[in-house]
Every structure is written in structure tokens, then in C-alpha cells.
Write a protein that binds this ligand. Structure first.
Ligand code: 5GP
Length: 175
């Protein structure tokens, strides 16, 4: 069967690249020039956002990855969060930025913020490429948001549907 990429583009590759560069400027402005940033990305959805974000930063950065499961296989949240892969190093005294693909109900992020906060970082902030505020089930603070979107299921730019479409350079809707 021929491969058909979703054609209903929600946010183009150019718009994403532009916004990610703006976010990098915003984030760097909030820290003293000599401060190292430690970016913690949430697999798998956050890997492309992290890759573009660090390349737009002009200062020392380090990265680490964590994997959690919050969604089962479908398109609705199960409400359960499990750590599948923990970070490689500690966060003590570091300026940590959680880099997430999307904040939907907020359950994943509030859980992450709680467990990472307990590891005594010097500071802890969160950057999300996308936010769906209408779906929020818990209040969660997101310091940097790329785009606020309506309640649609999106794929591309790291986001999947059943492990497909992560490689699209743009964001598309499936529903
Ligand atoms: P939350 O815990 O905020 O409900 O869900 C966060 C996670 O759900 C995200 O990291 C992402 O993996 C997944 N998710 C939420 N909305 C979408 C969406 O529209 N598309 C995709 N592909 N995943 C989503």
C-alpha cells in the first residue's frame, strides 16, 4: 500500500521553526548568560522539539531523556502515568527545563514536575510546543508554550498515532 502522509496541515514546518527559534530566545533571556541549562525531554514525542530547540540555543546546554507512558494506544488519555525510562543523571543544583511535546489534560506534566522537583534542581521550568487548554484536568504551570491549539488530535513533529507520523516536519490533524 502506498504511504500517504496526512495532508490536513495544522501548523506548517516554517511556522514551527520560526516559533522554536523565538522560544529559544525567550528561554535564554530568562537565565544569566553564564548559566548552563539542562534540558530534560520526554520520549518519544519531545525528541524533535528538543533537537530543534537546543540547536537554536547559543550557550552551554546538556540534555537527558525520560520516558513515561500516559496514553495507551488510542487517542484519549488513560489518566495513568508510569516511568518507563528514568534520567541518566541527577538534577541537584541544575537549571532544569522540561521539554514536552504537548500538554493536554496536564496529568503527565504535573506528575513529571512533582518527581523532578523532588530531585532538588536549582530551578525547574517547562517548555511545551503545544497546549490544549480546553482539555486540562489538573492545573499545571507551563512557562513556555509554542502554540495554543483547539482540541484536535495532532500528529507530526515527534507526535505519533500508533508510532506513525513522528517524522512529519509539520503538524497535522487526524480526526
Ligand atoms: P496529558 O497527560 O497532558 O493528557 O498528555 C500528554 C501526552 O499525551 C503527550 O505527551 C502526548 O504524548 C499525548 N497527547 C496528548 N494530546 C495528543 C495529540 O493531540 N496527539 C498526540 N499524538 N499525542 C497527544
Amino acid at each position: 500500500m502506498a504511504y500517504e502522509a496526512p495532508a490536513n496541515v495544522m501548523i506548517s514546518a516554517e511556522e514551527i521553526q520560526q516559533r522554536v527559534r523565538e522560544l529559544a530566545v525567550e528561554i535564554q533571556r530568562d537565565y544569566a548568560a553564564d548559566e548552563q541549562l539542562h534540558l530534560v525531554s520526554v520520549l518519544k514525542g519531545g525528541f524533535i522539539f528538543l533537537g530543534d530547540l537546543v540547536r537554536a540555543m547559543h550557550r552551554p546546554v546538556s540534555i537527558d531523556f525520560m520516558a513515561v507512558s500516559s496514553y495507551a494506544k488510542g487517542t484519549t488519555s488513560s489518566g495513568e502515568v508510569r516511568v518507563l525510562k528514568d534520567l541518566d543523571s541527577g538534577l541537584d543544583g541544575r537549571n532544569v527545563i522540561i521539554v514536552e511535546d504537548i500538554v493536554d489534560t496536564g496529568l503527565t506534566l504535573s506528575y513529571l514536575q512533582e518527581i523532578l522537583h523532588a530531585r532538588s534542581p536549582k530551578s525547574l521550568r517547562t517548555a511545551c510546543l503545544l497546549s490544549k487548554p480546553s482539555r486540562r484536568a489538573v492545573e499545571v504551570k507551563v512557562d513556555y508554550i509554542g502554540f495554543t491549539i483547539e482540541d484536535r488530535f495532532v500528529v507530526g513533529y515527534g507526535l505519533d498515532y500508533a508510532e506513525q507520523y513522528r517524522n512529519l516536519p509539520y503538524l497535522a490533524t487526524l480526526d
